[in-house]
Design a protein around this ligand. Sequence first.
Ligand SMILES: *Cc1c(COP(=O)(O)O)cnc(C)c1O
Length: 239
Amino acid sequence: MLTHRLHHVKTRIATACASAGRDPSEITLLAVSKFHPASAVVTLAEAGQIDFGENYVQEMLTKIHETSEQMPLYPFKWHFIGPLQSNKCKEIALYADTLHSLDRIKLVEPLARYRPSNLPPLTVCLQVNIDDEQSKAGVTDWQDLLTLAQEVQKHESLRLGGLMSIPTPNPDPIAQRAPFMRLRVLRDRLAEHLNITLPLLSMGMSADLEAAIHEGATIVRIGTDIFGQRPVKEQQKST
Ligand SMILES: *Cc1c(COP(=O)(O)O)cnc(C)c1O
C-alpha cells in the first residue's frame, strides 16, 4: 500500500514535469514522515526512497535511531522542515542533511558551530512567509531575507541552497500557482543580488505539487498522499 502510494506520487510528479516541460530528475521527492512510525519509513526505504522530512526534533532523532538500526548501511537523508528553536540547533546540525525552515538570524551561529567538520555543509533553505500570514513562520521582508542569507554565507559549514514556503491552502489549481511564482521570483532576485546560484525551491505538498512543479519547485514535500492521513494528535504535539 505504502509503496503503491509512493509510486502514484512519482507518477504525478512525472506527469506534471511532462506538462511543464521539465525533467523529473530535477525534482527531489521528500517523504514527510511526521507522526508515522519508523516501520513505514523502512518500507519506503526498501523501495528506494532516500529523502525523509520531519517537523519535530525529538521525533526525528527517535526515527533516525530506529531506522538506522534496521538499515544501518542505507543512505537516508533527513530534512528538517518544522519550526526550529535555538536550543535544538545542535541536533539539527548533527543529524540533518537539509534544514528547510531557517527564518531567524539567531539560529545561524549555533547551526554553523555544531555542524561537524567531517560532514558535508548543512544545506539550508530560508523559509519565506509568502502570503504574509500573521500566524505563520517565515521571513516577510526583503531586507531581512537578504541579511539572513548573508549571515548563512559567512559560515563554511552551512550551504545556502534556496528558499522554502508553505502558502495558504487554496483548492484552485490555477490560483495555487501565484505564491509559488512569487517565491521563484524572490529566489531569482536573491541569487542575482548575492551573485550565486540558489538551486533549491522547496515548495508543493500533497494538494498542490503540480502547481509547484509548474512554477519551478525542486523539492516537493509530500506527507498525506504517501503515508495516508496523519493521526489527529498533531494539534497538541509540541517539539
Ligand atoms: C506536514 C508538512 C508537509 C506535508 O503535508 P501534506 O499535505 O501531508 O503532504 C509538507 N511541508 C511541511 C512544512 C509540513 O509541515
